[in-house]
Design a protein. Structure first.
Length: 75
């Protein structure tokens, strides 16, 4: 039986310990987003909302905001 983690679940899990997303945790979230090779409109909206609430350390914020920026450049 395969377990598929959603973006929301991954973010909640990452915030449980210290209420901040670390660079490592951001890499996991990035891998979930990029698993199919593209960033969907739903994933863009999720990232924008998550980044706006800013529960990320500096490196994590930079990593995920870069994913969002590159996805907009491809549009």
């Amino acid at each position: 039986m395969a377990f598929k983690l959603t973006l929301e679940e991954a973010l909640k899990e990452a915030l449980q310990d210290d209420h901040k997303v670390s660079k490592y945790e951001a890499k996991v979230i990035r891998e979930l987003i990029m698993a199919d090779g593209k960033v969907s409109e739903q994933e863009k909206a999720f990232l924008e909302k998550a980044l706006h609430s800013n529960h990320f350390d500096d490196e994590a914020f930079e990593l995920l905001s870069g994913v969002l920026l590159r996805s907009h450049l491809k549009d």
